[in-house]
Ligand binder design. Structure first.
Ligand code: HEM
Length: 155
């Protein structure tokens, strides 16, 4: 199992593949829910917690929506209703446009995902396919890049 992470390059083409269908089959609805809730518990304590609602009820809505999204993207039933006919991944990129996400935020997000997966009992190959999807796809949620200005240029 390799939790590889490569840096996001502005404007790069990002090929990705959805997780293997077996991932949902292995965990089932309740297993996926348990996993995603653990992920969000980590996010809530992380450096990117400020991106998310602080109100517990509102945060729970995000948890629930995320669970349904991941169930569907992992080959489960079509339970995520927010995309309104749009392709799921395209819709997800759109959702993240409302936030200024840097690669640093993505690394924090992936850190929680790694922790979550490490504590999830599922076949290594399936786990790898899930990781490869989130590692790559998360690059497309990055929409803010630090300006590469030299100190001298600012004076
Ligand atoms: C593989 C990468 C990612 C996937 C699949 C993903 C998926 C999702 C999903 C399903 C939602 C809920 C959308 C809805 O129905 O309302 C969401 C919301 C959100 N995600 Fe992500 N996400 C990813 C990466 C990230 C990263 C790297 C960040 C970094 C900060 C992030 C921040 C957020 C925020 C702030 C929200 C919205 C919370 C709100 O509505 O107040 N996501 N994401």
């Amino acid at each position: 199992m390799k939790f590889n992470i490569t840096q996001t390059q502005k404007g790069e083409d990002v090929p990705f593949t959805n997780p293997a269908k077996g991932f949902y089959e292995a965990l089932g609805f309740d297993g996926m829910k348990e996993m995603m809730y653990r992920f969000y518990d980590c996010i809530y304590e992380s450096d990117i917690a400020n991106f998310f609602p602080q109100d517990e009820d509102e945060f729970n809505i995000i948890k629930e929506k995320n669970t349904l999204f991941f169930i569907e993207i992992c080959g489960g039933p079509k339970v995520y209703k927010e995309a309104d006919g749009m392709e799921l991944n395209e819709f997800m990129i759109r959702i993240h446009d409302d936030f200024s996400i840097y690669d640093k935020s993505r690394l924090e997000w992936l850190g929680c995902m790694r922790e979550t997966l490490e504590a999830t009992d599922v076949d290594e190959e399936l786990k790898q396919s899930f990781w490869d999807y989130v590692e790559a796809f998360s690059k497309l949620t990055v929409n803010s890049f630090a300006a590469k200005r030299k100190f001298e240029d600012m004076h």
